[in-house]
Design a binder for this molecule. Structure first.
Ligand code: SAH
Length: 250
């Protein structure tokens, strides 16, 4: 399945140590052979859940961690109803399957009212993208959409040789904490559309890439001379409000 299993116990422990003690439930995504699981299963058993898609891994985990019981869930994290594992202050943790890490973050966004923290290992490039600020080449859709709701911290880089088999890329651990924002102050759906549509043609000016959304009153505004990587989260929110206002008939 192209998965890379962490074999370095110190790093496994260090990842689990990033979890904040105040979380009320913890969901591990893709436990594999349980290298992270082993450091949580005893300490936080009542509030700990594992979601793993692979049947063989499930058999292995059931045999090695019998106390998990029905907290071991066979299924797809991307389709999981996270409200079954806690109503608030939930943490998501895992050495994420890299091919679906963006989708994992979109699933987190869907449950942002519950998910207060994410501790995850991802490709180094992905970690950098998530944490990068406007003006940076790596600033993109996920940076804006995640930073709107989470404070993102790049914790540490992880070398290829601590995995079996070693991946071709470097990895990194990131930690995300829900910020204090409860309302973006704009139409959230339109915000997402605008962010995605701008970055899908990141070298073009906003005037070009957002043309379908801009009516004549505002199309000349200076902000549309910019390119998406120049806009902070706040500026994307302001832009969303500008566009929304121009669509309301007087
Ligand atoms: N945590 C382990 C395994 C990491 S490999 C370790 O660090 O060694 C990624 C794991 O995610 C694999 O066990 C794979 O079966 C699982 N996985 C892949 N896609 C998944 C999905 N959609 N939902 C849940 N688990 C998934």
């Amino acid at each position: 399945m192209g998965q890379h299993f962490l074999v370095d116990q110190n790093i496994a422990r260090k990842i689990v140590e990033q979890l904040s003690p105040d979380v009320e439930s913890v969901v591990e995504v893709g436990a594999g052979m349980g290298v992270l699981t082993q450091y949580m299963v005893d300490d936080i058993r009542d509030k700990f859940y594992v979601i793993e898609i692979d049947h063989e891994s499930i058999d292995y985990l059931r045999a090695h961690f019998p106390t998990l019981g029905d907290h071991l869930v066979e299924g797809d994290f991307l389709k999981a109803d996270l409200s079954r594992y806690g109503q608030k202050n939930m943490a998501i943790i895992g050495n994420f399957p890299y091919n679906i890490s963006s989708q994992i973050f979109f699933q987190v966004l869907k449950y942002k009212e519950q998910v207060v923290e994410v501790v995850g290992m991802v490709q180094k490039e992905m970690a950098e993208r998530m944490a990068s600020r406007e003006g940076s080449k790596t600033y993109g859709i996920l940076s804006v959409l995640m930073q709107a709701w989470y404070d993102i911290e790049y914790c540490f880089t992880v070398n290829e040789n601590v995995f079996n088999p070693p991946p071709k890329v470097k990895s990194a651990v990131i930690k995300m904490r829900r910020n204090a924002v409860t309302d973006l102050g704009c139409d959230e759906q339109l915000f997402v559309t605008i962010v995605k549509q701008s970055f899908n043609q990141r070298r073009k000016t906003l005037r070009n890439s957002l043309r379908t959304l801009l009516n004549p009153e505002i199309i000349g505004n200076e902000v549309f001379d910019k390119r998406p990587e120049q806009l902070s989260v706040k500026e994307f929110i302001a832009l969303t409000n500008q566009i929304a206002a121009s669509h309301v008939s007087p």
